[in-house]
Each structure stands twice: as C-alpha cells, then as structure tokens.
Design a protein around this ligand. Structure first.
Ligand code: HEC
Ligand code: HEC
Ligand code: HEC
Ligand code: HEC
Length: 307
C-alpha cells in the first residue's frame, strides 16, 4: 500500500515538473517582459494592435565589434523617450532623451555590452545581471560603467580634461595624481614606467579568471570574488589583503607586507580609485575599430601607447 501511495505521489511530482519545464520552454521570462512592453507601447500611442506584435529575441549584431547584444529583447523602451517614467526593464536610458550624451552612441551601432560588458547573448535576468558565475566580463552598473568610456575616450586621462558625465572616474584620476601612484606603478596612460610595483596600464582588460588565478582572495570580506571587490578592499587596507608571509617557518619563504600605502580612504575614494584602475584598458585586447573613435585627430597623442 505504502509503496503504491509513494509511487502515485512520485508520478504526480514528475508530471508536475515536466509540465513546468514545458511551460518555461513556451514562456521564457523575456517573452513576459516583451509582451508587457508592447502592451505599454500600445497604450502610449493609443494603438491596441501593437499589443499583439509577435514576440521574438531581438539582437543588435555588430560585426566590426564582434558582438551580438540581445539586451533590447527585454529593455524595449531603452531608446523611446516616452518611457522615462516606466519601471525597469522598460525605462528609457538615462541621459538619452533630449540628445543627452548617451544618444551620441546610437544603440544600433554600439549595442550595449561595449559599455556594460556582461553576456550579450543571454536572455534571462539571472544570466545577465548581478554576479554571474564563470563570466569573464561581468555586467557593469552604476559608477563601474565609467570604466568602459576610456576604451574610446582617451582624452579622459589628460590632466586638463574634466567630464561631469564620469564624475567617479574623474575623482579617481584626481586621487591617482595626488597620491602619486606613478612613483611605484607603470601607468602608460600617465606616461609612467615605474617598476617598484605591478604595471597597471592594462588592469581593466584582464578577465575575471586571469585576475582570480594570481590573487589571494582569502582575506576578502565580500562573498563576491570579483576583481573590483578585491581592488576596493585592497585600497581600503593593502596590508590586510597582502600581509606577506613573515611567519613562514623557512626564512627563505618569508616576504614582507606590501609597501603600498594605506591612505585611510573613504568608501567613495576607494570606489573612485577602483573605477580609475579598471578604466586602464589594453587597446590590443579591446580592439575597438577606428571608426568608433570620436574626433580622431585630437586623439593622436593618446594613441602613442598603442604601439
Ligand atoms: C530577460 C530580460 C532581460 C535581459 C535579457 C536583460 N535585462 Fe537588464 N534588466 C531586466 C530587469 C527585469 C531589470 C530590473 C531588475 C532589478 O531591478 O532587479 C533589469 C535591470 C538592468 C540594469 C539596472 C541594474 C542595476 O543594478 O542598476 C542594467 C544596467 C541592465 N539591466 C542592463 C542590461 C544589459 C546591458 C543587458 C544585456 C547584456 C540586459 N540588461 C539584459 C531584464 C533584462
Ligand atoms: C555609451 C555607453 C553606454 C551604452 C552604449 C549603453 N549604456 Fe546603459 N548605462 C551607461 C551608463 C554610464 C549608465 C549609468 C550608470 C549609473 O550612473 O548609474 C547606464 C545605465 C543603464 C541602466 C540603469 C538605468 C539607467 O538608465 O541609468 C540600464 C537599464 C542600462 N544602462 C541599459 C542599457 C542597455 C539595455 C543598453 C543597450 C541598448 C545600454 N544600456 C547601452 C552607459 C551605456
Ligand atoms: C566604442 C567607443 C565609445 C565608448 C565605449 C564610449 N563612447 Fe562616448 N562617444 C563615442 C563617439 C564615436 C562619440 C562621438 C559621436 C558623434 O560625434 O556624434 C562619442 C561622444 C560622446 C560624448 C559627446 C561629446 C563629444 O565629444 O562628442 C560624450 C559626453 C560621451 N561620448 C561620453 C561617453 C561616456 C561617459 C562613456 C562611458 C559611459 C562613453 N562615451 C563611451 C565613442 C564611445
Ligand atoms: C609605495 C609604492 C606604491 C604606491 C605609491 C602605490 N602602490 Fe599600488 N601596489 C604597490 C605594490 C608593491 C603592489 C603589489 C603588492 C600588493 O598587491 O599590494 C601594489 C598593488 C596594487 C594593485 C594590485 C595590482 C595587481 O595586479 O595585483 C593595484 C590595483 C594598485 N596597487 C593600485 C594603486 C594605485 C591606484 C595607487 C595610487 C593611488 C597605488 N597603487 C600606489 C605599491 C604601491
């Protein structure tokens, strides 16, 4: 009897799970978002027919950048100025309407991941947002998006240049100059070739994996073992993260704590320096085609370190 009852319960469970998979297959989350977008659009332009638009995965395929971004599958209103007050993922992009600076980067040409990184191919929220396991280029949000601007806007390293659009990066640049990072680190963007400490010129172009493999995360407080997290905590307290091994049994294995100074930085300052460090890109890795550079002639002096 008990066996039969168990079998019955088991069968119902299997049927339920199968049904759920079938339902998920037919109704992936992007369809729900897209259908809702068309409903909102139909209301906005007062044309009920639009609500019935067939649903499909949308993609900006960008051959010269070698990217195919599907973000607009869900972020339907991203370039529609009428969606300023809608919730995510329908909302108009900030600084897009009224010819804001984001609109100078036509989404049909630039896509999204050129600035936001992340997995452009994925079409679920969990695979595109937050911390995604084993993803080498995590989605950039908040001030971290500013680490991508320098792929193209080299003039941002000019000490004379201040852009209010990238406030955090500008704060990081200012601190980097004031605190004299170039005394120890090679930062080609600043014309420094110092050799007391690791070169930073290409920090922003490292993959998560290549960083993870050569850095010790055992003293990192955050559970997110990401490059930007390590760097933030290292800026806050370098000797805590790199304490050396003075207590090693064999004197030959002993290394002193890092000489990188602890400046007692605030969280904002440590974030700004992290954004600055991750903005330091290697053009050979990023491989941005020349037609994506603004004002080419003004860039020549910043192109010298590309050779
Ligand atoms: C399956 C639908 C879907 C796809 C595909 C998608 N998004 Fe989103 N996105 C959402 C939703 C829903 C939110 C709001 C989530 C929240 O606030 O928790 C969101 C929020 C965001 C945010 C704000 C998050 C924050 O923390 O500030 C950014 C930035 C973003 N998406 C960028 C992207 C980019 C870039 C892509 C493509 C690589 C993408 N999204 C693909 C559904 C999607
Ligand atoms: C030129 C670079 C650039 C491009 C291209 C770009 N973004 Fe953004 N995005 C940003 C910046 C900068 C922010 C602001 C982050 C902050 O300050 O919070 C942002 C913020 C967002 C947000 C958070 C809400 C908001 O509007 O501030 C979402 C969602 C988003 N982007 C989605 C997208 C999607 C989807 C695409 C592609 C269709 C895209 N972005 C293309 C730079 C870009
Ligand atoms: C892939 C290259 C690329 C990236 C990445 C990029 N931009 Fe641009 N940006 C351009 C190009 C090209 C123009 C010029 C467009 C034009 O002339 O109409 C431009 C124009 C601008 C402008 C208008 C001012 C001007 O000189 O024309 C601002 C402001 C700007 N970008 C800020 C940003 C910010 C902030 C980011 C990072 C969030 C960013 N850009 C990322 C290529 C890029
Ligand atoms: C007195 C020399 C010194 C100064 C000044 C200094 N650093 Fe460092 N830094 C080091 C040393 C040595 C290391 C390697 C050991 C460690 O990780 O702490 C290091 C490591 C780093 C790392 C990790 C690099 C990697 O690949 O592991 C970053 C990022 C960094 N420094 C950024 C900065 C920035 C930004 C500044 C300026 C605000 C700065 N440093 C100033 C000596 C210095």
């Amino acid at each position: 009897m008990v066996k039969h009852a168990l079998f019955a319960v088991f069968s119902v469970l299997v049927l339920f799970l199968l049904g759920m998979f079938a339902y998920r297959e037919q109704n992936p989350e992007w369809k729900t978002y897209q259908a809702e977008y068309y409903k909102k659009l139909a209301q906005a332009v007062n044309d009920p027919k639009i609500a019935g638009t067939p649903l499909k995965v949308k993609q900006v395929w960008n051959q010269s950048l070698n990217r195919a971004d599907r973000c607009t599958t869900c972020h339907g209103g991203i370039d529609n100025p009428a969606f300023e007050n809608e919730p995510q993922p329908y909302k108009t992009h900030s600084n897009f309407a009224n010819e804001g600076y984001i609109s100078k980067h036509a989404f049909e040409k630039f896509g999204c991941t050129i600035c936001h990184e992340g997995d452009g191919q994925a079409v679920t929220v969990s695979k595109t947002h937050g911390v995604v396991k084993h993803l080498d280029r995590q989605l950039l949000t908040g001030p971290y998006v500013q680490t991508a601007c320098t792929k193209c806007h080299y003039e941002l390293y000019n000490p004379e240049v201040y852009w209010p659009e990238v406030e955090t990066l500008m704060e990081g640049k200012k601190l980097a100059v004031e605190l004299g990072c170039v005394a120890c680190h090679a930062i080609k963007q600043f014309g420094s070739n110092a050799t007391l400490a690791p070169e930073l010129s290409a920090m922003g172009s490292k993959t998560e994996l290549s960083f993870y493999l050569v850095h010790d995360f055992s003293r990192i407080e955050s559970k997110d073992h990401l490059t930007r997290v390590w760097e933030f905590e290292h800026f806050k307290d370098p000797q805590k993260i790199v304490p050396g091994t003075m207590d090693a049994a064999d004197p030959k294995d002993r290394t002193p704590p890092t000489i990188m100074p602890n400046w007692g930085l605030t969280d904002e300052e440590a974030t700004a320096l992290t954004v600055f460090t991750l903005s330091l890109r290697d053009p050979k890795v990023e491989r941005i085609p020349r037609e994506y550079f603004p004002k080419l002639d003004e860039h020549d002096e910043f192109l010298q370190y590309r050779q």
